[in-house]
Design a protein around this ligand. Structure first.
Ligand code: IPM
Ligand code: MG
Length: 367
């Protein structure tokens, strides 16, 4: 049988730097755990625009549809701000999500003990935090029609449309309930049913799907209250399910509870392929961080943890995923820190590649 395949799309900014560290980790699993992958690499975002004039070439899209998993770094940068909206780097990412139909975006927010002091919240509020946000990723206001900037009388009007079908809500809800069953069996659904019809439908459909999961304790919250509760008492949550836009915002909020955006991975999953594996793309929650790109300062952990999620959700290697997560925890417990995990007076940070090397050392020590 051939090896499972991975397409790496490093993208822009710090994407290539952090992805280089993921490559070390992938190679380690091939060499030391007999888990070899067929890895190919291609362009996305501004990097693709520079070469092809589009943020995702058709042949790259076709490759992404064929592989067992896509690993993406980050897209975007100030250089591309002037581009027409239709070819902005972000469009490449959105095309991948849409055409692969990756409707369930899993964004865990986990506070590593060693970093609890580094959160902007009090330690006892975040220590031990372990929540999972399931964000609907292929519909809602990101993709709804009509959209555009139109002339209306003597001025222009900008329009985006929040639109959800019952089946779109249902499949996202089901993914969230399934995860809740494997975790602490608590699910909180967030919308704004007080102002939006799409929110009313969302709440109804989630409640209906919940009847298939009687063991899961389901609650509902308006998304603005949800944002407040996330900062007030985040440990009240286990799994949160929400729409595309609220999920974008709430997951940034949840991520920062853990100390740094540089720590958070994500998995975007679709329907099962012929081989039983879900269509899948894995990417860090952080962006391309153009301000520190190319300086070896970026934290590669979010991207490496994204590969751990790939091991777990695409390759059925939960134990190896746990091994990798434990290695990262060990490195952090040893006090190894990239610049984002340090205050101005906390000593000298390690570089991106030094962090990668330390994680490899911890993996070696795990054998
Ligand atoms: C994210 C990002 C993207 C989004 C951007 C880069 C298009 O913020 O993945 O959270 O808005 O979904
Ligand atoms: Mg975002």
């Amino acid at each position: 049988m051939s090896n499972p395949s991975i397409l790496i799309l490093p993208g822009d900014g710090i994407g290539p730097e952090v992805m280089a560290e993921v490559r070390k980790v992938i190679d380690w699993f091939g060499a030391k755990r007999d888990l070899a992958f067929d890895v190919s690499e291609d362009l996305v975002g501004g990097a693709a625009y520079d070469k092809h004039g589009v943020p995702l070439a058709d042949e790259t899209m076709a490759k992404a549809q064929e592989v067992d998993a896509v690993l993406l770094g980050a897209v975007g940068g100030p250089k591309y701000d002037v581009l027409d909206f239709s070819v902005k780097p972000e469009r490449g990412l959105l095309r991948l999500r849409k055409e692969m139909d990756l409707f369930a975006n899993l964004r865990p927010a986990q506070c590593f003990d060693a970093l609890a002091d580094f959160s902007s919240l009090k330690k006892d509020i975040v220590a031990g935090l372990d929540i999972m946000i399931v964000r609907e990723l292929t519909s809602g206001i990101y993709f709804g029609e009509p959209r555009g900037i139109f002339e209306e009388g003597n001025e222009r009007v900008g329009i985006n449309t929040q639109r959800y079908t019952e089946s779109e809500i249902e499949r996202a809800a089901r993914a969230a309930f399934e995860l809740a069953m494997k975790r602490n069996k608590k699910l909180c659904s967030m919308e704004k049913a007080n102002v939006m019809e799409s929110g009313i439908l969302w709440r109804e459909v989630v409640t209906r799907v919940g009847q298939d999961y009687p063991e899961v304790e389901l609650s509902h919250m308006y998304a603005d209250n949800g944002a407040m509760q996330l900062v007030r008492a985040p440990k009240q949550f286990d799994v949160i399910v929400t729409d595309n836009l609220f999920g974008d915002i709430l997951s940034d909020c949840a991520a920062m509870l853990t100390g740094s955006l540089g720590m958070l991975p994500s998995a975007s999953l679709g329907a099962p392929m012929a081989n039983g594996r879900p269509k899948a793309m894995y990417e860090p929650v952080h962006g391309s961080a153009p301000d520190i790109a190319g300086q070896g300062k970026a934290n590669p952990i979010a991207c490496i943890l994204s590969f751990a999620m790939a091991l777990r959700y695409s390759f059925d290697q939960g134990d190896e995923a746990t091994r990798l997560e434990a290695a990262i925890e060990k490195v952090l417990a040893d006090g190894v820190r990239t610049a984002d995990l340090m205050g101005p007076d906390d000593g000298t940070p390690v570089s991106t590649s030094e962090m990668g090397d330390k994680i490899i050392e911890a993996l070696d020590a795990s054998l």
